[in-house]
Design a protein. Structure first.
Length: 275
């Protein structure tokens, strides 16, 4: 089977070879260190995206990133304006038969009486504004919640969470869009668009008193990002008890880590789940 590498890894590989050449030119290394081979992902297809989406549902539930109300989606390979999402059920129970297609207005293409998630507009409006985003995770990870309500800056504190960035993650407040008499949920395109604009070009947006939305260039990286957003929050809360944490700087957040090693380990832990 032909395998395809995502462009972000090609950039990482290119960057590594430039560094290697620079060292050689300066004579600092007799032999340039070999570049670390980038992750190799399965060939991209609608079927592969659905398979990864089902696994991501199980992993994110198993890792306590998604409770029974969170959801994860992937952009359709066949029709990039559309996205794929489970019908309304707990992520731990999602099977391939539950995956439904939604159009660019977050409406189901073939509903057949099935229930859908009310907050699907989060996903649809991010796909509309961010062509680079291929997967979106929305959930209520408990360790992240304190940063949504206190104004304490949430930034990359550990190397595995570099994707959060060295500037504070934006915090979305539904009250700014729907007024004080809102129900705390993103239930329409207007609120979804405001959330997508608050996310901007970042990978993580916090939601006041609600949770987080995390994006990635494929399902596996979005899953990784969501897991390590929760871990970073846990570490930052603990670090703040001890003193003033030193966060990653603007250079340190540029690294691109391995994904498949984590994905394979997490997937193995849920391999008995229904598919
Ligand atoms: Zn929610």
């Amino acid at each position: 089977m032909e395998r395809k590498r995502y462009s972000i890894n090609r950039r990482a590989s290119f960057g590594a070879s430039v560094v290697a050449m620079a060292f050689t030119a300066a004579g600092a290394w007799a032999q340039a260190p070999a570049a670390i081979p980038p992750d190799v992902f399965p060939a991209d297809s609608e079927e592969q995206r659905i398979a990864d989406l089902v696994t991501a549902n199980h992993i994110l539930a198993d890792q306590n990133v998604l409770d029974s109300y969170g959801h994860v989606t992937v952009r359709s390979f066949k029709n990039p304006k559309h996205f794929l999402m489970s019908g309304n059920r707990a992520p731990a129970l999602v099977t391939a038969d539950d995956i439904m297609e939604f159009d660019e207005n977050s409406m189901p293409v073939d509903q057949r009486g099935r229930r859908v998630y009310n907050e699907r507009f989060i996903h649809g409006e991010i796909y509309r504004l961010r062509p680079d985003v291929v997967a979106v995770v929305h959930g209520h990870a408990p360790d992240v919640l304190p940063f949504t309500v206190t104004g304490v800056p949430f930034k990359a504190l550990i190397h595995m969470a570099h994707f959060i960035g060295s500037e504070p993650a934006p915090v979305f407040d539904l009250e700014d869009v729907e007024g004080p008499n809102n129900n705390m949920l993103v239930l329409n395109p207007k609120s979804g668009e405001a959330l997508a604009k608050k996310l901007g070009d970042r990978n993580v947006v916090l939601m006041r008193g609600h949770g987080m939305t995390v994006v990635g260039p494929n399902v596996r990286r979005a899953t990784y990002n969501a897991v390590y957003t929760q871990v970073n929050a846990r570490v930052e809360i603990e670090a703040l008890k001890l003193g003033q944490p030193k966060f990653l700087n603007k250079f340190e957040v540029q690294r691109v880590g391995q994904i498949n090693r984590a994905w394979d380990g997490w997937a193995d832990q849920v391999k008995g789940a229904r598919r």
